[in-house]
Design a protein around this ligand. Sequence first.
Ligand SMILES: [Ca+2]
Ligand SMILES: [Ca+2]
Ligand SMILES: [Ca+2]
Length: 142
Amino acid sequence: MLNMQCSVFRISVVISLTAPHTDTTQSSAATLFFASYDTIPKDGVISNAEFHKAAYTYDTNTDGTITRSEFVNVYHARLGTSQHQAEGTFDAIDLNHDGTFDDKEITAVYKVFDANGDGQITPEEFLSGFSHFSPGHVTTSV
Ligand SMILES: [Ca+2]
Ligand SMILES: [Ca+2]
Ligand SMILES: [Ca+2]
């Protein structure tokens, strides 16, 4: 199952380089993420609080800091991407390149997703933001 997802996702990365918005595999990965991020209230949109909560599920040793290796391990396990692709995604969201993903950066990434700035991320905004940070747009090596 995981292996199959992995190879499908790799193909999708190649496709996404030319047609990011028509890639169905990427959108199903985004749908999966969206459902797990839309927690309380589960109302079909992701709030800033929900987004922060979701981000901190990557803090596996719960010390309040999301490190590059924590992010890479969890992202890699959840999406079945290669380690290299997960690193590419982390480097895209670690805006100050200090090796950790902190509150300020979570908020900054949230704002990229919340395209119309109404404080809620809709599934459409999430999909579009997801393609912005997806590995295929960070690195071309698959
Ligand atoms: Ca919600
Ligand atoms: Ca941590
Ligand atoms: Ca950082």
